[in-house]
Structure formats: structure tokens, C-alpha cells
Design a protein around this ligand. Sequence first.
Ligand code: GLN
Length: 193
Amino acid sequence: MTIGIVAVQGAFIEHEKMLDNLGISYIELRQKNDLFHPIDGLILPGGESTVQGKLLAELDMFSLLKEKIDTGLPVLATCAGMILLAESLSNDTHKYFQTMPITVKRNAYGRQLGSFHTKSDFQGLGSIPMTFIRAPYIESASPSVDIVASVEGKAVAARYKKQIALSFHPELDGDTRIYELFLGLIQTQSVTN
Ligand code: GLN
């Protein structure tokens, strides 16, 4: 199994460390040619969604990545990655992959609560440590989306088809359960396909 990690900007190295700990191989997706390497799953890291969106377009990676997600490649998206998956943003006119029918608010916690750490229940996994850094949250979601974690009434994690979107950064907390969930999605995929 090989995971492709989008590595044009942001916190991709932390995801690589988590996969190293789990003994899972990965490749960095830095340029268009990297997208022709077969991958079983995709990680969209945190960072700055506007910069990532711009670079993916300039590097001519955007359409190929969107096509892969549209056709069922399992995705784990954290923070800026969630913004890239969202069908719409409530406080920004940008649109990116739009593969998950959710409306997301960018930098939703304002300045004072820009970064914080908490623990909250994640459906099926129990209590998970969650680090938020200028994080988005999900303002609304289509009924076909499963909201799998909330913090103080705000939806911070969602599953839709083979996509997992998180407001927080599991790569920073050393807890492998979300990665195992993602790897499980990939394994189910290869059995059913
Ligand atoms: N605030 C960033 C954005 O809007 C997301 C922050 C993050 O990925 N840690 O893209």
C-alpha cells in the first residue's frame, strides 16, 4: 500500500512521521508527474488553503487530483485539506475540489481561540486528542455526510464516501487511531474493487 501526500505546502512532514510509525509507505506529491505513480490513498495536509489551491493549479495538479477523489480514491484531509474538499466556504469565495457536500467556515475560531487543544469523542474511536490551529469548522452538511466529531456544538470531523475531513491535526498528537481508520477504508476498498 502506498499513500500519496500532497507536499506543495504545509504540514506534510508530520503526516509522513505518522505513516513511518505505522510502517506504511508513501510518496510526496510535489509535481504533476508524481500523480502518475499509483497510490491507494491520499493525504491533504494542513497549511494555507489559498496557497495550496494556487500552487496545485499552477503546477497543473488540481484536475488530476480532483478526478482521483471523484472516482473514489480514499482521502484523509486535515484543516486546510478540509477547506479544499468543501463544496462551499461560508466566508470565502474560493472553491477548490468541492468533492464533499459541506459548507466550511475558514479561520472559524477567531483570533483569541486561534489555536487550542482538547479531547473529544470521535465516532467509533472514543476520545481523541485534537489540536486546532486557525482551524475551520463545518457549518452545514448534506444529510449524506456523517458528522463524526463535534467540539462545543461545532462539527469538526466528517465522513463522506471514502473521504475523511478533519478541522484538527491528528498528525501532531501521536495518536494513530484516525490513521488506522483511514487505512481501514483503503483496505475495504481493495477488497470490494
Ligand atoms: N487557516 C488555514 C486556512 O484557511 C487552515 C489552517 C491549518 O491548516 N492549520 O487555510
